[in-house]
Design a protein around this ligand. Structure first.
Ligand SMILES: CC(C)(COP(=O)(O)OP(=O)(O)OC[C@H]1O[C@@H](n2cnc3c(N)ncnc32)[C@H](O)[C@@H]1OP(=O)(O)O)[C@@H](O)C(=O)NCCC(=O)NCCS
Length: 431
């Protein structure tokens, strides 16, 4: 049976950009009825950010907003407030990510919404936790990365590239949306027990910091002993009193590095990541696969602790071994021997990998018109008795009439909302 887990759950989605929309995208794909509130005339800012064609919504918007309904609504007009109130009355979830204080100003704070509908779960996304000294900052991706330890620990630890570095992964944005979805789902289950909706507050800071636990682990260790054995700086360089940047070191105690492979001079992704595990048996498998049997009897290499002290010699030797093989050959040889290894893949290689479409990791959505088909990342897990169906993104206000009718508004009322600036921009006064 194909049972959508969130079938019947109504979500009023007052979010834009990436953090909130990534959350409601997941809820929609799990079967929730998501009504996206967009400002008349402009809508979600990502609609026309980084467009490939001035007449089409950007891939940024398309990647995050499929299978939602778009209702244009100015929540600052009296009619807009009345309509939003009506939507909230029967909603299961209300979610917003306006700048701090904006939703209170519009009159739809947690307290206000809870009064309208005590059963409704209220989720809010902000840059920082309420207790933070930065709680009032507006936040985009890098704000989360630079304040949550991600940027300060990413990148090179010496030379001219020794600067805090952004991850390509959206640790502040989509990661926050996924964390928020967990909070919402927990609150919905809680509501089944208590009969009452609760307030889910998700900061981008918390979501990003939650993925930096290995760095807080390292800080605790550094505070205790003053050095970190797994870092490239050990044993020859000095550590400061904070976790340094670690280049391509693997995050745990195993020895991992990125190695140049055949073709690296022209292909910036001709690299493979190879890991030497700590266990004696695993190390033996790896040494034999490289043909470095001498490591098994050499006291500089034949224990994990010794290898930590001689990691540069290890990186150099494996580097020479890998340089005349393609990243795929390296992966093939070492994986057959049981060594953890993987090729560095470009976005192009990933998006051209048919096996990812076969498993619905990547999905194709037919948007129709000038856009046609586009690729996006599907629900990032599978559920044995549910397969999402992936549909197109809404046009700005494309479902306004349909939604208003479903909530009992008459044709005359709908026409007057369009004229008085509630669901369509007010005509500009003649000069
Ligand atoms: C992303 C962010 C920086 C953008 O800030 P911004 O440019 O001020 O834009 P916002 O969408 O927050 O709000 C702008 C105004 O539009 C108003 N607005 C937005 N949608 C509206 C609607 N449908 N009806 C009426 N007013 C609306 C807001 O109330 C706000 O008004 P105000 O400035 O008078 O208080 C900010 O929203 C933020 O920090 N959000 C929290 C963290 C977050 O999720 N960041 C995005 C990461 S991808």
């Amino acid at each position: 049976m194909n049972t959508a887990p969130l079938q019947g759950i109504k979500v009023i989605d007052f979010t834009s950009v990436q953090s909130g929309p990534s959350c409601t995208q997941l809820l929609a794909w799990l079967g929730a009825d998501v009504i996206k509130i967009e400002r008349p005339g402009s809508g979600d800012a990502t609609r026309d950010e980084l467009q490939f064609d001035p007449d089409c919504p950007s891939y940024y918007f398309l990647q995050l907003n499929s299978d939602k309904k778009s209702l244009t609504l100015d929540a600052a007009t009296p009619d807009g407030k009345a309509i939003l109130t009506k939507l909230i009355e029967t909603a299961d979830v209300f979610i917003e990510n306006l700048h701090p204080g904006a939703m209170d100003k519009l009159g739809f704070s947690w307290d206000a919404v809870h009064k309208i509908n005590p059963k409704c779960v209220y989720a809010t996304i902000k840059g920082f936790p309420v207790s933070s000294r930065y709680a009032n900052l507006k936040a985009y991706e890098p704000v989360a990365q630079v304040t949550a330890g991600a940027a300060s620990t990413t990148g090179w630890w010496e030379g001219s590239d020794n600067i805090p570095t952004q991850s390509g992964a959206a640790l502040g944005d989509s990661n926050t949306g996924m964390h928020c979805a967990i909070g919402i789902l927990a609150a919905l289950i809680q509501r089944d027990k208590t009969g009452e909706g609760s307030f889910v507050y998700q900061s981008m800071h918390n979501a990003c910091l939650n993925l930096c636990r290995i760095k807080t682990r390292d800080q605790l260790t550094l505070d205790r002993i003053g050095y970190l054995t797994q870092f490239p700086q050990y044993p020859d360089q000095k550590f400061g009193d904070f976790v340094p940047r670690s280049g391509n070191q693997e995050g745990s105690g195993v020895l991992g590095w990125t190695y140049k492979c055949k073709g690296w001079e022209t292909d910036p992704n001709a690299y493979a990541y190879i890991i030497l595990q700590r266990g004696a048996k695993d190390f033996e498998l790896a040494a034999k696969a490289f043909g470095f049997d001498d490591w098994l009897t050499n006291p500089d290499f034949n224990t994990a602790d010794a290898r930590d002290k001689h990691k540069q010699a290890i990186y150099d030797r494996i580097g020479q071994w890998a340089i005349d093989k393609t990243k795929y050959e390296v992966t093939d040889i070492l994986s057959k021997a049981g060594v953890p290894v993987a090729p560095v893949l470009s976005t192009k290689e990933i998006m051209e990998d048919q096996s990812l479409y076969d498993g619905n990791t990547l999905v194709k959505i037919d948007q129709g018109g000038k856009i046609g088909e586009f690729v996006t990342v599907g629900v990032p897990f599978t559920i044995s008795n549910y397969q999402p169906v992936y549909g197109p993104c809404p046009e700005l206000g494309g479902n306004t009439e349909e939604v208003l009718k479903a909530y009992g508004y008459t044709d005359d009322q709908i026409a007057s909302f369009a004229k008085n600036g509630t669901t369509a921009p007010m005509p500009k006064p003649k000069a």
